[in-house]
Design a protein around this ligand. Sequence first.
Ligand SMILES: *Cc1c(COP(=O)(O)O)cnc(C)c1O
Length: 375
Amino acid sequence: MAYRVRFVDPARNYRMIKDEIDRAYFEVMSRGDLIDREHLRKFEKNLADFVGTKYAVGLNSGYDALHMSLRAAGIGQGDEVIVPAHTFVATASAVVNVGAKPVLVDVGKDFNIDCDRIEEAISDKTRAIIPVHLNGYMADMVRIMDLAEKYDLVVIEDACQSLGASMKDDRAESVRKKAGSWGLTGCWSFYPFKMLGGYGDGGAITTNDPEVAIFARRMRFNGEDRETGEYHGHGFTCLLDNLQAAFLDVKLRYLPGWIKRRQEIAERYRNGLQDIDDLLLPHYNDPRRDHVYQNYVVRSRQGDEFSNYLKANGVEVLVQFRKPYYKHEALKLEDRGFPETEALSREVCSLPMNVEITDDEVDYVVSVIRQFYGK
Ligand SMILES: *Cc1c(COP(=O)(O)O)cnc(C)c1O
């Protein structure tokens, strides 16, 4: 079916920056620089600067970033790790795949882990917590860092959806700190439809810990120290391609402007929809935190009726997480009852949100929604 407004439009995005992307391609290809070369290092430096950490290490995916972080922290058999009940499944799978047990915690109205419910999930086996900054809005890192200190937990930020988001750290003279710079690591995904998307899989960790950076640099390359040739452990093959790094470096320069554009689109949705009582919009009143709108997720009481109406009227929406990941039997996860996650799973609908979209297209989405509600 041909949608009148696409959820994302990668070809249109490419045309916006075609000259620079093509130049990066020809430069990398004509030099033959494919693996662990200058473009990767340059991108890593620029990413670390953007996030505000000392190091960034390019990996093959966001999953690998979570996996490497857990390994760097020495988490494995017998350990428990706190994760939100509402997130992309990879957050929990990375924990299971290092042999540890994810302990799920319900989320709040902002889709992020409910800090009031974290303490009851902590046991004497709890070693780490993975807050997820979902949709472009940070979890309350001030409270999470306090809890982590109190219970001596490692913090690994799943920041895959929140590159550029920030929060004021009122513990440290109200300094504004970006997502991915608070915990032991920040984990990033460059999957094509993320804030900063490549043309295939990609990921990274950011960290201020030199040991963690060295660990990840070796482990992404089968455990090998590339200078000495020494193997420092049984590693993996999960290096970010030099070609992808060159593309991502081009896009990273656009990111600050693209974030502003996303915020503009969010305001346009807000102005068009805020009088509809049955629709919950993702605008939160916390002056300490900003929203970079990786996704614009609304909650409609009408659930599938709402999303199907949009699709039938030419608006491509994304309905994710109708069945919470912990309800998939093969994953063998403990469902301790997560009422907010269950309620929002029936109601969530992601509206088109990307930097390719025009104001007219946003207005069309608004008009279809208003029509649905008889406005
Ligand atoms: C995308 C995403 C991941 C995984 O990233 P991949 O690059 O697809 O492995 C993990 N967590 C969250 C919250 C994500 O959105």
